[in-house]
Structures are given as C-alpha cells and as structure tokens.
Design a protein around this ligand. Structure first.
Ligand code: UGA
Length: 434
C-alpha cells in the first residue's frame, strides 16, 4: 500500500520505517528541511536502538523515502498518517492541537482521490470530528475517511513494540476504511496482535485511558514503596506478589523516580482537561499527577537526609539523566527537577549518560558532563543511579569507589542490598530500606 507519514518524530518515523519494512511504499514528510536532508543521508534524529539499520535497509529497497513536500507526497498516497506533536499548551493542561489542525488544512487541498486520513498522534476525544469538519470544507465525504489509530510504542523499545503490539486499535465510523486498515495490519495480526475495531472517539480515548492507567500503576507502586521504606519491606517482593495475580499483571510495577517522558505527564494532564470540558471529575488521575509531581521532592528530601542536610560543596554524581534507558530523550525527566535543585543548594554535580552531554543543564552552576563512569564517580560523596541503563547494572563499585565514605542511592533498584552490605558499601535504594 502507499502510505504517507506526516511528522518524523518518534511515532511517525518509527511506524513509517516499520510499515516500509512490512512491504509498503512509505513517504515520511516533515516541514523541517534539515531533518529531511539528514534522513536522506541516513542520519537519524533520535536515539532508538535498531532504527538506523532499518532506515538504511528500506531506503536501499526503495520502499522508504523522505520529503518536505506535503502536497505531492499526499497526492501519491492512499493512507495518510498524521503523526505531529500534541504537546501541553503553554497555559493550562490541554493538548495543543495547532500542528494537527494546520496539517488538516493543508491536507484538505491535496485530496485528489479517496484517502484514509489517520491520527496516530495522541489526540483528545472529538479531534477526529474536528479534522473531518476541516476536510469537508473543500472535499465531499466520499473522498476521504477520518480514522483514529493510536500508537502504543515505547521509546527505546519502539521497533519491537510496533512489530509485536498487544493490540491494534482502529477507530473508524465506516466499514470501508476498517477493511483496508485490517489488511494493512494483517502481518502484525498474523503474529498474534489483537485487532480492535471501535468508534473513532473510543479509539481516541483508549490511548489516553491506557497511558493514564499505566501512570497510575507506577504511581501506586511508588507510594507503596514509601510505605515499604518505613516498614522494612522490600517493594520488589510486593510487586512480584501482586503482579502474579493475572488481574493485576507484573509490568509497570517498578518503583523508582517520578515517571517522565514525552507522554505520561502530558497525557494525564490532557485527559483531565478533556474531562473538565465534559464536566467529569477524574479524581484518581488528578491524584496521580499530584503524587508524581511530589515524587522528585520526596526523593530529594531523602538525598538531603543522606547528606545530613549539608549539600554545599558535596560531590554528587548522577549515573544516567534521561527519563528512562535506551533513549536520549530528556523530556520531563526527574533529573531536570533534581539536578537544578541540588545545584541551587551548592552541590558539585557530575553526570554521565550513555547518550552524552545534555544542554538542559548548561545554565546551572557546577553541573558537569563526564565522558566515562569512572571519571564521573571518582570523587563522589553521593552517587545517584537515576536511569536503568544496562551499562550501570554490573559496575564494580569496590574498585570504582576511591572514597570509602561514598553512599550510593540507587533509584532503580539495580543492585542487591545484601551484596552491597557484604562489600561494606553504603547503599540505599527505593522501597527497600531506610
Ligand atoms: C509510554 C507508554 O508506555 C507507551 O505505551 C505509549 O505509546 C507512549 O508512552 C506514548 O504515548 O507515546 P514511553 O513514554 O516511551 O511510553 O515510556 P515508558 O516505558 O512507558 O516509561 C514512562 C515512564 O514510566 C518512565 O519515566 C519510566 O521510567 C517510568 N516507569 C515505567 C516506571 O517508573 N516504572 C515502571 O514499572 C515502568
């Protein structure tokens, strides 16, 4: 099939590349000419394991191309995926749909034959209705169909998540587009993905409800971890014990720092804003947002306690600063709350991240990027394991720590407290000990 992906961010680029790998002809469009030129040269704008190889392979096969000409790319394609950003508005909590509607306006001029227009971006309920209204101004209804097909891939696991999804959700109000899309996704359905056909509005809400639920699950275990710390219980035991109940499930029960990234913080706020619009109180999700916002403050308090409230001139080393492993994404990472706060209090901060230097910390005093784990940890009074990169999972601290008084605060529970005690290493983690 001939597909056009509009927007080459995480969702657009990864799904475009994966669709081409499944044998479709895909044009990825972006108005950022620099990005398009880079992609044409095989330079990938994001860090995502396996993506570069897949781009090169499918460009070579001539199934994947890049363009900044929306009109001609849309005219050549049958199925158009809108994959532009829907960030939180500068004022308030609602999703900023400027990019979505501007693409819809451009699309309305380029519909030369029947096209399925799909929102893959995360969009609030009724956005599909709005897009339909825009397209109708210049086109008759038999020329297009507007569908919601939310994407559930995770950064860092994007290719696997796209290729082996638990489910494919298609929200369409007509049977013709449903049939075409079921066919498009048939290679994934054949490998076990469940195909769910719903109304367009339901598909839009499934995406928000899923992200809000996962955020709730994480926040829940983070709060249970707080109780575990007070009662000398290991939160990992609780997660295993709970997770084995199939109604609960074991995934997304890892206690740690505040959840971050480009989706959970934005989407939990946006669903509240949608609910407000329809005079509905989503009190559980409101509490989740509040609890998560407090989480970084809570972990910081613990850092102050470890350092006896003497933060000035203390050497604090962060291992990992991205919001999770296998991504270079800093959006809403809890390190963006913790590092500035510690820098303000006079700490001397070093950080190492496998994805390199981060400009986010440029304006803060005494925050230095180190090129290796060794140099980062050399003089540390306190080591904070912030991100769960494999690179940090089997470090020989006995060898690495030059200062015997160094404390390790493992915010991802990567190490066994007992093994650390045996090695005489001062070690604290999350939901496991005080
Ligand atoms: C999330 C969802 O998991 C995807 O299904 C969804 O498609 C995506 O948002 C999106 O809407 O585009 P992502 O933001 O890439 O994916 O990352 P996650 O792996 O979900 O992690 C989000 C945050 O939760 C991270 O800060 C992570 O460290 C944290 N987390 C996750 C935990 O603290 N504990 C867990 O058990 C799992």
């Amino acid at each position: 099939m001939k597909l056009c992906m509009i927007g080459t961010g995480y969702v657009g680029l990864v799904s475009g590349v994966c669709f081409s790998d499944l044998g479709n002809d895909v044009i990825c469009v972006d108005k950022d000419l620099h990005k398009i030129n880079d992609l044409k040269k095989g330079v990938i704008p994001i860090y995502e394991p396996g993506l570069e190889e897949l781009v090169l392979k499918n460009v070579k096969n001539k199934r994947l191309s890049f363009s900044n000409n929306l009109e001609s790319s849309v005219k050549k394609s049958d199925i158009i995926f809108i994959c532009v950003g829907t960030p939180t508005k500068k004022s308030g909590n609602s999703a900023d749909l400027t990019q979505i509607f501007s693409v819809a306006k451009e699309l309305s001029k380029s519909i030369n034959k029947f096209k399925i227009i799909i929102t893959k971006s995360t969009v609030p309920v009724t956005t599909g209705d709005e897009i339909e209204k825009i397209l109708k101004k210049k086109n008759t209804m038999n020329k297009f169909s507007v569908v919601s097909n939310p994407e559930f891939l995770r950064e860092g696991e994007a290719i696997r998540d796209f290729t082996y999804p638990d489910r494919v959700v298609i929200g369409s109000n007509d049977l013709k587009s449903n049939k075409i899309l079921k066919n498009l996704y048939s290679p994934l359905i054949g490998k076990g993905a469940k195909y769910v056909h719903t109304s367009r509005r339901a598909a839009e809400l499934i995406k928000y409800a899923s992200n809000a639920f996962l955020a709730t699950k994480i926040t829940f275990i983070n709060e249970i971890a707080n109780l575990c710390e007070k009662t000398s219980i290991n939160v990992d035991d609780i997660a295993i014990g709970m997770g084995l109940d199939q109604r609960i499930g074991s995934r997304f029960l890892r206690a740690g720092p505040a959840y971050g990234g480009s989706c959970f913080p934005k989407d939990t706020k946006a669903i509240i804003s949608t609910a407000d619009k329809f005079q509905t109180n989503l009190s559980v999700i409101k509490s989740v947002i509040k609890s998560n916002e407090n989480r970084s403050k809570l972990l910081l308090k613990r850092v102050y306690k470890i350092l006896n409230n003497k933060i000035k001139n203390k050497n604090i080393s962060f291992l990992g600063v991205t919001f999770k492993a296998n991504t270079d994404d800093m959006r809403d990472s809890s390190s963006l709350t913790m590092i500035p706060e510690l820098s303000k209090k006079g700490a001397l901060i070093k950080y190492f991240d496998p994805t390199g230097y981060k400009k986010d910390f440029k304006k803060f005093k005494n925050v230095q990027y180190m090129k290796s784990v060794d140099s980062c940890l050399a003089k540390a009074d306190l080591i904070i394991i912030h991100t769960e990169w494999n690179d940090f999972k089997s470090l020989n601290f006995k060898k690495l720590l030059k200062n015997k008084k160094t404390t390790i605060y493992d915010m991802r529970n990567l190490y066994s407290p007992n093994k650390m005690i045996k090695q005489n290493i001062k070690y604290l983690s999350v939901g496991r000990s005080l």
